[in-house]
Design a protein around this ligand. Structure first.
Ligand code: ZN
Length: 657
């Protein structure tokens, strides 16, 4: 493992907390040490309190913070005296511990301290680093793992048997770690969990962490268990878009809300899913307590969701019989699905959750494969797994998240998303929690937004094959389609009918009408499988109810689309798909309205450009965002019982009213 410490960079971080921030970021930047908020770091600082007394304060990573992007504000300042007294208590529930940790803070508005705060407090060193190093887990989770750990580290570490993170782990460590550490001790191994290093400076603690992780990696390499060769398996066919959308619908029902499902077709996922022993090795539990929570107890192998959920429920009830008070059951839906023909699927309540689950499982595959090469994968017992799940359930009660975003877990596809109304629609749907697929001829559609909840695809909508493959790609990314915003359109050259050339007519008809038809026909079988019913919004035009001279191709194409939508509304009601149309007018912040088009339209009406801009009943300017807000609303509950409707967004038009 690479040592990333840089003297010049480090010098820019002033003070004890500054040094803590710098080395926390170094640890956070190494995904085989910590992933997605995993691991934690701390520093003990002597401070003057308000009475002028010296007080030792433990600054420990707060929950909700990621080491990779750590800031001073991400640390929770806890009074050491309080933590050390807590460590000497005989017993305490983890709920009570969480409350006590909060109560020990010198700043009540800091984030909640990590559940491992007491463990950090009892270690007799200024700086403490804790990671879930993949290499360590591979060695630890094998038969005879404890002996192997001894072989790797000798007397350099204190080994703590597995115990769930929380008060009991802190108690166990308090009993096994002496107040004065033996010379040569540089860290602690938490079996089936991770590594702890410590030191008097941020640098020494960091270097020891790198040393401990490197020793584990070198051991695996010596035992020929480091690099994994994936046999060139016959490429699985992968799920079809309709199969995947059908599976997502079932999974959403088990989860109790729409779910995002992502299909992973990379060589590692395919190689792992294709192994003959995958049903055995994948069923022995996730790598660390972190992974238990994100990926659920064990992944589902195959596609029998009903059997998986029934087995999960039976397991949970059996384990919960001994717990008091009886816990409310978690939803039984798996978060990782492995299928020899489909590869690996990850699921979550949002695209972000599904992406984190996928990342964690990718690391779990590495860990399992190396342990298998070393002598066999053996993870936590069923009882241990249950404890972690149950504990997370309790923690969830404390977190009190706000109401979920209205479109959380749902997927929207927007055509013509690179600019104007399409872009505004994509943004409106993203801000309401949907995962969005943006399609456009313009390559800028790819870079509209970074993050797991957006996918931009360059696509010529007039080509049926491109439309089909874009939909395929969208479904592989998010599992299905719930909403479709048909926005892409062109205006064409404004000419009287008598002078209109055939090429312009065909081009406008091709983009505005044919492409809309291709999209509707191709998306129908996927929309039919939307967990909460499919929704289609067509961006029409004021020209449908009130055409103007000089826009024959545009007006005729939009009128035809309007009629197409009305027919679809009649046909698709039985499939729980509703389709409504928006007729915008005078939306000038779009690609359609070039200065030339604006000038030409104004001339057609005998107006100046300025007069033309405010030429509506309300004398208001209509923006893309206004249209997008209505499009999003049409996908929501306010329009749940409306289909086949046409609503203008035009500031009021005398010819329409
Ligand atoms: Zn941990």
């Amino acid at each position: 493992m690479r040592n990333l410490w840089n003297r010049i960079d480090a010098a820019a971080f002033k003070g004890e907390l500054g040094q803590r921030v710098y080395s926390s970021r170094l640890i956070g930047s190494e995904p085989s040490l910590v992933l997605h908020g995993g691991g934690n770091t701390s520093v003990k600082i002597l401070e003057k309190n308000i009475f002028g007394d010296d007080e030792a304060v433990l600054y420990i990573k707060g929950s909700g913070w990621d080491l990779a992007s750590m800031e001073p504000a991400g640390f929770s300042p806890c009074r050491m005296e309080h933590l050390l007294r807590l460590s000497r208590l005989g017993s305490m529930s983890d709920l009570r511990m969480a409350a006590e940790l909060r109560g020990s803070m010198t700043n009540p508005s800091a984030p909640a301290p990590s559940v491992e705060a007491i463990l950090h407090a009892i270690l007799p060193a200024a700086y403490v680093d804790h990671t879930h190093a993949d290499a360590l887990i591979s060695i630890s989770n094998t038969p005879g793992g404890a002996d192997r750990i001894r072989e790797v580290y000798g007397e350099r570490v204190i080994v703590i048997p597995y115990m769930m993170p929380g008060f009991r782990l802190a108690r166990l460590c308090a009993g096994l770690i002496p107040a004065k550490l033996p010379a040569g001790t540089i860290g602690v191994v938490l079996q089936s969990h991770g590594l702890i290093s410590f030191g008097d400076t941020a640098e020494s603690s960091y270097l020891r962490m790198i040393e401990l992780a490197t020793l584990a990696e070198e051991y695996l390499a010596r035992k020929k268990a480091w690099s994994i060769d994936w046999p060139a398996a016959p490429a699985p066919r992968g799920p079809s878009a309709v199969e995947l959308a059908g599976f997502r619908r079932e999974l959403s029902a088990a989860m109790g809300a729409p779910a995002i499902v992502t299909a992973h077709g990379d060589p590692v996922s395919l190689g792992f899913a294709g192994r003959a022993d995958v049903a055995v090795i994948s069923q022995q539990g996730p790598a660390t307590p972190d992974h238990v929570i994100r990926t659920k107890r064990v992944p589902m192998v195959g596609r029998d969701l009903a059997a998986y959920c029934a087995a999960y429920e039976a397991y949970f009830r059996e384990c919960a019989a001994g717990a008091s008070p009886a816990p409310r059951m978690l939803d039984p839906a798996p978060r990782v699905v492995i299928d020899p023909a489909w590869g690996v699927l990850s699921a979550g309540r949002t695209a972000g959750e599904a992406a984190i689950t996928a990342d964690l499982y990718r690391h779990t595959i590495d860990v399992i494969m190396r342990a298998t090469a070393l002598g066999g994968w053996r993870a936590l017992s069923a009882r241990d797994l249950f404890e972690v799940e149950y504990w997370d359930l309790e923690q969830a009660k404390l977190r009190r998240p706000g109401p979920p975003a209205p479109f959380a877990g749902e997927v929207a596809l927007v055509t013509g998303a690179a600019s104007g109304i399409g872009r505004a629609c994509a943004e409106a749907l993203l801000s309401r929690g949907a995962a969005v697929v943006g399609l456009d001829l313009n390559a800028q559609v790819r870079g509209l937004r970074a993050g797991p909840d957006y996918l931009g695809i360059v696509c010529d909508l007039t080509r049926e094959a491109q439309v089909a493959s874009a939909i395929e790609e969208a479904v592989r990314a998010f599992g299905g389609l719930d909403m479709l915003v048909l926005n892409a359109g062109i205006f064409g050259q404004g000419r009287p009918v008598a002078e209109l050339d055939t090429e312009t007519w065909r081009r406008v008809m091709g983009t505005n009408l044919d492409a809309t038809f291709f999209m509707m026909r191709s998306c129908h079988p996927i929309l039919k499988l939307a967990p909460n019913g499919g929704r289609v919004v067509v961006i029409g035009s004021k020209n449908v109810p009130a055409p103007g001279p000089g826009a024959a191709a545009y007006s005729a194409s939009k009128a035809a689309v309007n009629q197409l939508a009305r027919v679809a509304a009649l046909e698709w009601g039985r499939d729980r798909i509703r389709i409504n149309t928006i007729h915008p007018n005078m939306v000038f912040d779009t690609g359609l309205w070039t200065p030339e088009v604006l000038e030409s339209r104004a001339t057609q009406y005998g107006l100046t450009v300025e007069a033309y801009r405010s030429n509506n009943v309300l004398k208001v300017e209509v923006t893309s965002r206004d249209v997008a807000a209505l499009a999003a609303e049409m996908c929501g509950p306010a329009f749940a019982k409306t289909t086949g409707a046409q609503v203008p967004v035009d500031g009021g038009n005398e010819r329409v009213i």
